[in-house]
Design a protein around this ligand. Structure first.
Ligand code: F0G
Length: 529
């Protein structure tokens, strides 16, 4: 007998089973601030301190009261959620407000145009597409120039006003023929063939190792972790990944790939020669100022400066992905502002929706913006009346009282970090590193794959250690903190600016207890307790 769909769990049941193996398949029924509520066996609400924070979407916490009441107001007023192909005053206002922040943090008055979308990966896809559109337009112009030069050379040659430079044949890699005109046409055919081959090549992107920019067909190519990227690598243009701590490696990587030039036939006086035109191999450099999913790694100022230098030298844009690090989490609206890294593009998502709306945006500086992109790209839900209004409200709350939210993120973050460093100082055998900035922190644990305790050793060898630790913190201490797929030994902490001292104490108690179990190699209590 066949199984009926209604009898099956169908919403990613395997993922739930994986979570269940660490006791993480909990259902929550409500959320407020930094608390998620679950029900116990007696149907009583149990508060869980949530440090996962919607993977960084909750800088203002769950269900912030002012955002909730504003959302109700919007719905009661019958806000036009969908009015595609009309004026979008809210989106425009939001873009203007975001521009004020860019101007303040990067000391510029150059405008940034906003292209809205619905998720982080989508904002990245827009950046990928816009960068490639820009490269395409430049290449089309270049091809047009070359075609015009060839026409001019042909006309001059036929009129007997020019000759082909004998060296031109060698430069194009062909044998010089006897007849000038036939020779010229052979040269043209070879130039067109070589250029055609090059023009058909997909672009390359650059990104530091450890990068995470999403999991859609294009954006996943910029996500370093091979286990999620490689199965899909045939789907779109590829990236070259650069060791994040090694600014010197940027130029080396570029040099390895920047090995081809377009050929042009130009007139030097009365001589037709072959000249080389730089072929833009790279479409863009993507980077997160603070890598999130990669395990909380800060990009250095030195690395950022080198990225800016090469981008100017080779003409490709720098895309600063602030999807996780932005919206104040680092103690400034843009984490890149701490290292003076002004993006040609910025991407925002996650907390932009105030914890309830799904919205993202790609901001592109005017000097690099191709307005025709607005005609060739679109999305049904993007720029809708609900999400743009909620984002505007969220931005207003962050900017209020002269940026009190940013100061809070810095202050709460350093307090949390100081506590974690104290734990590390007491358990250096267990905690390997504490890093991050503001409310974007990571606690890295020492590798346990040689643990004396079998359950600990097994989970470490299965690449599941961080989740086992998460399960313990949740069961025994009602604290929710996860590692990431790319940094399994690092727990990521991204609470809201509302995190209290008592909550920090709760985290401390939980982490100290976990560290004690690990020091004692008490696998039994860690996996079941
Ligand atoms: N860029 C960054 C820096 C991100 O952290 C993420 C998602 C994305 C892009 C993609 O956004 O999920 O809305 O499509 N990061 C999550 C994480 C998944 O765990 O860090 P999305």
């Amino acid at each position: 007998m066949s199984v009926r769909a209604t009898e099956l769990e169908l919403a990613e049941p395997y993922l739930r089973q994986v979570l269940a193996s660490a006791g993480l398949d909990v259902g929550y029924e409500a959320a407020d601030g930094d608390i998620l509520y679950r029900l116990d066996e007696n149907n009583q609400r149990v508060p869980v301190l949530d440090l996962v924070g919607g993977f960084g979407s909750l800088i203002l916490g769950h269900n912030h009261p002012e955002i909730i009441s504003y959302a109700k107001e919007l719905l009661d007023s019958h806000v036009p959620v969908h009015a595609q192909f009309s004026r979008h005053p809210y989106a425009n206002e939001l873009a203007a407000e975001l521009n004020k922040v860019i101007g303040r943090e990067f000391h510029t008055d150059e405008p940034y145009y906003a292209v809205f979308a619905n998720s982080g990966a989508e904002a990245i896809e827009i950046a990928i597409k816009h960068a490639e559109f820009d490269r395409f337009v430049k290449l089309s112009e270049l091809s047009g120039d070359i075609a015009a030069h060839i026409e001019t050379a042909r006309a001059q040659l036929r009129g007997g006003h020019a000759v082909v430079d004998p060296g031109a044949y060698a430069a194009a890699g062909i044998v010089a023929p006897a007849d000038q005109e036939a020779g010229f046409e052979e040269l043209v055919a070879e130039v067109n063939r070589r250029n055609g081959e090059l023009l058909a090549r997909p672009p390359l992107f650059l990104a530091p190792e450890g990068s995470f920019h999403g999991k859609l067909a294009g954006s996943v190519q910029l996500t370093h972790n091979p286990s999620v990227r490689v199965p899909f690598k045939s789907l779109a243009a590829q990236a070259r990944f650069i060791p994040a701590g090694d600014p010197g490696a940027i130029r080396k990587t570029i040099a390895q790939e920047q090995n081809a030039a377009l050929l042009d036939l130009t007139l030097e006086g009365r001589t037709v020669t072959v000249t080389e035109r730089q072929f833009p191999v790279f479409a863009a450099f993507f980077l997160e100022p603070i890598q999130g999913e990669g395990g909380i790694n800060l990009i250095t100022q030195e690395f950022a400066e080198e990225v800016r230098h090469v981008s100017e030298e080779f003409g490709f844009p720098v895309v600063v992905d602030e999807i996780q690090s932005g919206m104040g989490r680092s103690g400034a609206f843009f984490a890149a502002s701490h290292i003076g890294l002004r993006g040609d593009y910025f991407t925002l998502a996650k907390s932009l929706g105030g914890g309830i709306a799904k919205i993202s945006v790609t901001l592109i500086r005017a000097s690099r913006y191709r307005r025709d992109f607005e005609i060739v790209h679109s999305s049904t839900f993007a720029k809708d009346g609900f999400s743009t209004n909620i984002a505007l409200k969220t931005l207003g709350l962050l900017e209020a009282a002269d940026g009190r939210a940013y100061r809070l993120a810095a202050e709460r973050g350093s307090r949390l970090k100081a506590m974690l460093e104290a734990v590390q100082a007491d358990f250096p055998d267990v905690v390997k590193d504490v890093r991050g900035r503001g409310l974007m922190l990571g606690v890295e644990f020492h590798d346990q794959s040689e643990s004396a305790s079998e359950p600990i050793r097994e989970t470490a060898r299965a690449g599941f250690f961080g989740f086992t630790l998460s399960g313990y913190l949740l069961r025994a201490h009602h604290v929710r903190a996860f590692p990431t797929g790319s940094a399994i030994n690092t727990l990521r902490l991204e609470p809201s600016i509302g995190l209290t001292d008592d909550q920090i104490d709760q985290v401390e108690e939980a982490f100290r207890a976990a560290c004690t179990l690990l020091r004692e190699q008490d696998g039994q209590r860690l996996t079941q307790g």
